[in-house]
Design a protein around this ligand. Structure first.
Ligand code: ADP
Ligand code: MG
Length: 247
């Protein structure tokens, strides 16, 4: 067997796909630049590491379950009150995730709460964090079925282990007391272990009514607000304004 084929086989056996995919180029490069053995080895190992990081980010992007991909630079800050571009740009360094801080977006429909939460999530995945996105209705469905459905249990385990959990659309549908308790348990369990990002069209005062339990709701808000940045957005709905333009 030729040495080159042997190398390819060895790479396959060791599952070094990053090296395998860039091998020809790295060898050519080393010959042209007359690299030392050690420089060449470093290039080879670095190629594998970069490949694995890229693959992990791709897997985490899929595993986050973002409904669509949104970016901060697609967001027009001039259209919404209650938040400045610099405040969001400051969050892109992800220190708040390292510190397990939460971010809460409040405001009427269409002002960009979901957009901004996804944009923060996508940025975090790109930087190597694990993120999970769920609408609260689906999250509750998962919590209710986790004991009887493997897929739900699997998803909940991933959510609990995530660095950042985005819970979208709290407030559109009432939550039964039992469901609210499951939700509360999740918030408790991930308290100071993960960053939680929440979007809601209802202010805190209405949460107790929505969840049917004042004591539990205030305990939950206590945890969510402990280390949190709260943004209360306002403005005309982007959806409606764009529709008007099209008409
Ligand atoms: P909310 O979650 O507050 O109801 P969304 O984030 O879902 O609103 O926004 C509705 C749509 O309008 C999305 O497609 C979003 O990308 C877009 N959008 C909202 N606000 C802005 C904005 N200020 N600049 C750019 N796009 C926006
Ligand atoms: Mg939304």
């Amino acid at each position: 067997m030729k040495a080159y084929e042997q190398t390819l086989n060895l790479l396959k056996t060791l599952s070094l796909r990053g090296v395998a995919s860039g091998l020809d180029e790295m060898i050519n490069d080393a010959e042209v630049r007359k690299q030392s053995y050690i420089t060449f080895l470093n290039t080879v190992f670095q190629a594998e590491i970069s490949y694995r990081i890229k693959r992990r980010v791709e897997r985490n992007m899929v595993g986050a379950h973002f409904p669509v991909l949104k970016k901060v630079d697609q967001f027009d800050f001039g259209r919404v009150k209650g938040i400045g571009k610099s405040e969001i740009v400051n969050l892109l360094d992800c220190h708040w995730i390292d510190n397990r801080e939460n971010v809460l977006f409040f405001g009427p429909p269409g002002v960009g709460k979901t957009h901004l939460s996804i944009a923060l999530g996508v940025n975090a995945v790109e930087k190597g964090y694990k993120v999970c996105f769920e609408r609260v209705t689906n999250l509750i469905k998962l919590l209710k079925t986790a004991e009887i459905q493997k897929a739900s249990e699997y998803r909940i385990n991933r959510i609990i282990k995530a660095d950042m959990i985005i819970i979208d659309e709290i407030g559109y549908t009432p939550i039964e007391k039992r469901e609210a308790n499951l939700f509360f348990s999740l918030v408790s369990e991930t308290y100071e272990k993960a960053s939680i990002v929440i979007t809601s069209n209802k202010s805190f005062d209405s949460w107790a009514e929505m969840m049917g339990d004042t004591v539990m709701t205030s305990a939950m808000l206590d945890r969510l607000l402990h280390h949190a940045r709260v943004f209360t957005l306002d403005g005309e709905s982007y959806r409606i304004t764009n529709q008007k333009k099209e008409v």
